[in-house]
Design a protein around this ligand. Sequence first.
Ligand SMILES: N[C@@H](CCC(=O)N[C@@H](CS)C(=O)NCC(=O)O)C(=O)O
Length: 224
Amino acid sequence: MTDTMSGLTLVSHALCPYVQRAAIALIEKEVGFERRWVDLADKPDWFRAISPLGKTPVLVVGEVPVFESAVICDYLDEVHAPRLHPEAPLARARHRAWIAFASATLDDIWGFYSARDDATYDAKHAAIRAKFIQAEAALEGGSYFAGARFSLVDAAFAPVFRYFDAFERAGVAGFFDATPRVRAWRAALAARPSVIAAAAPDYPERLDDFLRARHSALSRRMAA
Ligand SMILES: N[C@@H](CCC(=O)N[C@@H](CS)C(=O)NCC(=O)O)C(=O)O
């Protein structure tokens, strides 16, 4: 996926959900970009030089590195059509707030798959369910967060939902029992071409391997 005119390079890690947000936005906008992959376990000097927080994603625009996924998505939304944020400032602020909520949900997911003991595992399972109950109340009806139109909130939640494919492959379920609208939202996002294209074809296997190697309560269940 290369477009030498736009000169965009998305510095990526294969499993990073924040990278997927930016990739989804780029694909939705049909903006060509290159990928540069980085090993976060062994960060090279070129990466440290362009990523002040040492994190992916970084979008290099020409010579200028832009970091933080929400900032990258806002930038892309300002310069490339179609708009994926609402036009009205208050609606846009609300969408940005729900993107932050998606990040907080990712923190709970990290806590869940990293939990060493069963008590923490159960507490994180409950915290994630509670997050989805909150999201259920915020959904406006229709396939996506704000109805029929795909937005950057959808780009933020699509990689959140991908983790549950892995958890379900491991026989761990129950996260969406009380949230039918979130369930339908998850299914709509999983079918969206930009979401499918944002991750590599071997993403499920890589994620399973990563989760299995965590030495966590979830890893033990996966091995059982
Ligand atoms: N707030 C950042 C979070 C990005 C983030 O946490 N990236 C992770 C990978 S998914 C990372 O690069 N971690 C490496 C590290 O913290 O050393 C964003 O939205 O871009």
